[in-house]
Ligand binder design. Structure first.
Ligand code: SAM
Length: 318
C-alpha cells in the first residue's frame, strides 16, 4: 500500500492526450507476463478480474472448477448470473489487464441467464456468456420457462431465496428428464467464520464485510445434511456433494479482506494516475498475488472433507 501511494503521488505530470490514448490501448490489452507461466489460465483471469480482492479471485476460481463437470448441453441456464463475469471467465473468456475489458469472449455459453438486478444484467450482456438474459426474481411464485426445458442448470445464489424448497420445485419442473443441475451453497461453517470474527471486531465492521451474507441469508445456516434434505424435498435426486473451497481457515482471510475494502480504495487511487502506470501497478500486483495464493487452490489444497466444507457443490438430477 505504501509503495503504491508513493508512486501515485510521485507520478503527477500530465501526459498529452495522443500518448494517453496509446497507453489506454495497452491497459485494455491482454496481460503479458513471464512470471505467471505454469498457472492455469482461468486462475490468472480471476486474479486479474479481482486484482485488489485476491482472495475473492482465487475463491471464484475454486468454485468454478466444478464447471468442468457440466457438459453444458443446451438449453442451459445460469440462474442469478449477476454481472456475468464469473461465467464469462469460467467458460473461457479473457479480460484485459484493466480487469474489465473483454479481449476474448467465451466459445461455450449458457443459452439463458437470469437475475433480479437489471444493472447486473446490463453488464452481463456485455460479457456475452449468456445468449439470452431474463429479469426474474427467484422469490416470485412462477419461473418463466417451459417445463422440461433445461438440460444444464447452474445456480449459486440459493441462500438468498426466502423459500428455497418452493423455488427448487419450480427449477425441478423446468429441468429436462436427462438434465443435470449444479447448485453451490454456503454451509453453517461459513457463518461460523463470521461468528469468530464477531468476537474480535465490531458488528459494523463485520456488516461492512458482507452485509448480504450475514443478514439476508441467515435463514439458510444449514449443514450438509440439511442442504441435501432441501433438494430431496423439492423432488431431486442428489448425485454428489463435495467441497468447492479451500479449508475454512483460509476462508476467514476473505472476511478480513472484504472488511478492509481495499478494492475500492485502490480503484480510486489508480484512476488518478496515467494508464501506463495503472498497467504497471496492476501487472505487478496480479503477478505477486497470483503466485502468493496459488498454493491455496491446488488439487491437494482443495481436498476438503465435505463435513468441513464452507461452500458446497451439489450435483442433482431428476
Ligand atoms: C453472490 S452473487 C452471484 C452472482 C453470479 N452467479 C456469480 O457467481 O458471480 C448473487 C446473485 O444473486 C442475485 N439475487 C439475489 N437475490 C435474488 C432473487 N431474489 N432473485 C434473483 N436473483 C437474486 C443477486 O442479484 C446476485 O447477482
Amino acid at each position: 500500500m505504501k509503495s503504491l501511494l508513493r508512486r501515485v503521488f510521485q507520478q503527477n505530470k500530465k501526459v498529452d492526450s495522443g500518448k494517453e490514448d496509446e497507453e489506454r490501448k495497452l491497459l485494455q490489452s491482454p496481460l503479458v507476463s513471464d512470471k505467471l507461466q505454469g498457472l492455469p489460465k482461468e486462475y490468472i483471469q480471476f486474479m486479474t478480474w479481482s486484482c485488489f480482492q485476491p482472495v475473492s479471485g482465487f475463491l471464484n476460481y475454486a468454485k468454478t472448477r466444478a464447471f468442468a463437470s457440466l457438459d453444458m448441453t443446451g438449453p442451459s441456464i445460469d440462474i442469478s448470473c449477476g454481472d456475468g463475469s464469473t461465467s464469462f471467465i469460467a467458460l473461457g473468456g479473457e479480460l484485459a489487464v484493466d480487469g474489465k475489458t473483454p479481449v476474448r469472449f467465451p466459445q461455450t455459453t449458457f443459452t439463458h441467464g437470469t437475475d433480479y438486478n437489471p444493472r447486473s444484467l446490463e453488464v452481463a450482456s456485455s460479457f456475452r456468456a449468456h445468449d439470452a438474459l431474463t429479469l426474474h426474481d427467484n422469490d416470485a411464485a412462477d419461473f418463466p420457462f417451459d417445463d422440461g426445458a433445461f438440460r444444464t442448470v447452474y445456480h449459486n445464489a440459493l441462500y438468498f431465496v426466502k423459500d428455497p424448497v418452493a423455488f427448487l420445485r419450480n427449477v425441478y419442473a423446468s429441468m429436462h428428464e436427462d438434465g443435470i443441475g449444479l447448485f453451490q451453497v454456503w454451509t453453517d461453517k461459513f457463518y461460523a467464520a463470521y461468528d469468530e470474527m464477531g468476537e474480535c471486531f465490531s458488528s459494523e465492521m463485520i456488516h461492512e464485510s458482507s452485509p448480504f451474507s450475514i443478514t439476508d441469508t441467515f435463514h439458510t445456516r444449514w449443514d450438509v445434511k440439511q442442504w441435501e434434505d432441501v433438494f430431496l424435498q423439492a423432488g431431486f435426486k442428489v448425485q454428489q456433494i463435495e467441497s468447492a473451497f479451500p479449508h475454512a481457515d483460509i476462508f476467514k482471510q476473505n472476511v478480513i479482506e472484504r472488511t478492509l475494502c481495499l478494492r475500492n480504495d485502490y480503484w480510486r487511487l489508480l484512476n488518478e494516475v496515467s494508464p501506463r502506470t495503472q498497467r504497471e501497478i496492476r501487472t505487478e500486483w496480479i503477478e505477486k498475488q497470483a503466485r502468493f495464493y496459488y498454493s491455496c487452490v491446488t488439487e491437494e489444497a482443495l481436498k476438503v472433507p465435505v463435513e468441513d466444507a464452507v461452500y458446497l457443490s451439489i450435483y442433482v438430477t431428476k
